[in-house]
Design a binder for this molecule. Sequence first.
Ligand code: HMG
Ligand code: MG
Length: 302
Amino acid sequence: MMEWPEKVTIKEVGPRDGLQNEPVEVPLHDKVAWIDLLSEAGYSYIEFSSFVHPKWIPQLKDAKEVAAMISRKKGTTYAALVPNRRGLEAAIDTDVDEVSVFMSASDTHNKKNINKSIEETYPVLKEVVQEAKLEGKSVRGYVSTVFGCPYEGTIATDQVARVSERLLEMGIDELSLGDTIGVANPRQVDQALHEWKQWLPFDKLAMHFHNTRGMALSNVLVSMQHNITTFDAALGGLGGCPYAKGASGNLATDDLVHMLHQMGIETGIDEEKLKEAAVYIQGVLNKSLPSHQMQVVNKERV
Ligand code: HMG
Ligand code: MG
């Protein structure tokens, strides 16, 4: 019999990784109302926005206002993505609990995403991590395109390990490995995790799957078999990556929570409240959200 964890931590990235890829810019008050509904659903972690250049990601240009207006719940970590020192300073001004730095395992995707090669990115992030620590903030480090890149194809596991090790050496508290374009299959995830176990501290590891080809939940199951118990997800399956053509939605939080609860695994998240939050943002975006849970909800509503 397979062994399953008793509890899994889900990090909601919808307000950042979901909305950054929407063609519509969600009005500030709707964003705030949505994030407040997410907080009510019982998450321990919400990535609410990013402090990046507004020309690059106009959808999140109101990060400062969002941070000021959301109701922060005790026990929930409110985090924001920052690409550099300027972003970090803006984030700290809004009193975030945690910042996330990010880079890619593929040089081409990294350049498209943050306008720097992998080598040029290390000193920028090193300074951000150091500065964030001095300010008493915890730091999460994302590595994207870990199973495949839209420009370079398959990425070698040792390349992912090398980039991850550099971030860990800088002092990040958690490492999130992203299947940005959703190409990984369960066997590949199993093999990669076997290899990464030699190099990476699994107690600091989170997985970030996208459901482009319908394999995200299967990849979560495989990851749990490697004792990974932290997963990123976006409500309703929102999102993608603006600099990775073909990257469709993130793993849907509502599908993940439903599966875990059906398996008797705790998440601390209230499914009814989650549904309420999903229906809300679906109405704002004026489109059906792709998660299976929302497809059921939408059929019931017809
Ligand atoms: P750049 O053009 O190379 O920046 O962009 P620069 O350093 O040359 O500066 C150019 C101008 O930008 C300057 O202003 C700076 O002050 C300003 P000017 O003097 O021309 O008036 N600037 C900024 N403004 C606001 N906020 C800042 C900032 N930094 C510089 N933080 C930069 C470099 C990193 C800024 C840009 O490429 C950028 O903002 N990229 C963000 C891209 C992004 O957010 N991508 C999506 C997130 S990553 C992802 O989705 C993957 C992940 O979700 C995992 C997964 O899904 O697998 C994490
Ligand atoms: Mg993502």
